[in-house]
Design a protein around this ligand. Sequence first.
Ligand SMILES: Cc1cc2nc3c(=O)[nH]c(=O)nc-3n(C[C@H](O)[C@H](O)[C@H](O)COP(=O)(O)OP(=O)(O)OC[C@H]3O[C@@H](n4cnc5c(N)ncnc54)[C@H](O)[C@@H]3O)c2cc1C
Length: 405
Amino acid sequence: MAVIPETERNTVWEQIPANEIVAPENKEEISEIIAGAYRDRKTVLPIGGGNDLFTANKQFDIGIDLKNLASCFRHTPEDLTATFPAGMLFSEAQGKLEESGQWIPLNPPENGTSTVGGIISANRFGPRRHRHGTARDWVIATTVVNGEGKIVKAGANVVKNVSGYDLNKLYIGARGTLGILLDISFKLAPIPEKRITFRACFSTPEEALGMSNQINNSPVEVEALTVVKGRWAAAKANHWWVLIELMGTEQSLADQSTILSSILEKSSANRWGEASKEDTQYYWKTTQLGNNEASPPIAEATISIPKSKVEQLVYNFSEGKPDCSLKILPASGSVIVKLTEGSDRSTFVDQISEMDGTVEIIGSGVSSVKDRWPVAPPSLSLMKHLKKHLDPHGLFAPGTFVGGI
Ligand SMILES: Cc1cc2nc3c(=O)[nH]c(=O)nc-3n(C[C@H](O)[C@H](O)[C@H](O)COP(=O)(O)OP(=O)(O)OC[C@H]3O[C@@H](n4cnc5c(N)ncnc54)[C@H](O)[C@@H]3O)c2cc1C
């Protein structure tokens, strides 16, 4: 097993607050490290691609770089299932499936250096959440090292697993605080033959959200639908754009396009039509942070809110702010907003909390757990019990997750 000396740490690793960084090559090595940490009461930080390692200014005894854990890929195309080592790059995983015309239908924001384990541990999602949901809908089995160093499995490589609790779900979005993911099995979907994007421009959020509702209630089978304004709109950033992605065969796309066009034709859209290839790429691939733009955001908030309250939240956030930037996934109650220097974060957070929502903030001014997850979830005390049970000595990334877990 490689121990990465401080002098040889690369630019990502030199930021990592760990006394020692190790890069194990197999499950057994990881199990031994964790068993040792359990015995010696050491703390551990799991490291994937290192793109989103939130450490809340804590120092850890051991950083475990999981990128050497990249072998043992298994794919059974006839069953539409595959198992990936947690350290494999997500882009590489999708590339392997593509050869058989299949994919994991998640399109999280990432730059090609994120690992399968990191994306699942952070539970990242993209605009295709509209149709495909999140990792919780696609992960069917996990192998994990628990807080005592034991290797445990949950789930099975079958698309419909009907027996027992679905323990996999515990590890999705746990940010490495319950154990280290060693491998992850997914059910898969066929890659559609073709995709096209329509866009329609509206003057107000009410019109844009009303249109998205109407499309959702129509027979059109939408792959992704977002309402964007500001930095997520390729042109006319002060307008509210409804972006609609359709997918299917050539024939079904022609049929869907006809229905969608007749809906848009009768709407109050200032203009609408099929998006150019360039704009389509911008809409669906654009990263959430780090775009080259004149005034990059200082922080971004991802809000989850009951769907019935999305319109009110958007109205509260955008009223009197012509320069605001929002990306809304109306069907899942997700709203991503850009926060600027002048944003009053505490009023913003109070409003979300009053609407029974939760929020995750990343970027500048976020150093504590409370900055990142300012609204504690109602299930926090249950989460603390689970943490105590699965990680009895509290060795996995303590104090870095919601509620200080
Ligand atoms: C709101 C938001 C917007 C983002 N936008 C972008 C973007 O535009 N572009 C982009 O490239 N990235 C973006 N990211 C980061 C993106 O989510 C990460 O690239 C990805 O989630 C993490 O991949 P990673 O392999 O780098 O994981 P890491 O950053 O290394 O780890 C992420 C978390 O998972 C834990 N972890 C990692 N591997 C494991 C494992 N095997 N077992 C258990 N725990 C593990 C880590 O301890 C950490 O808590 C964004 C993140 C957020 C929160």
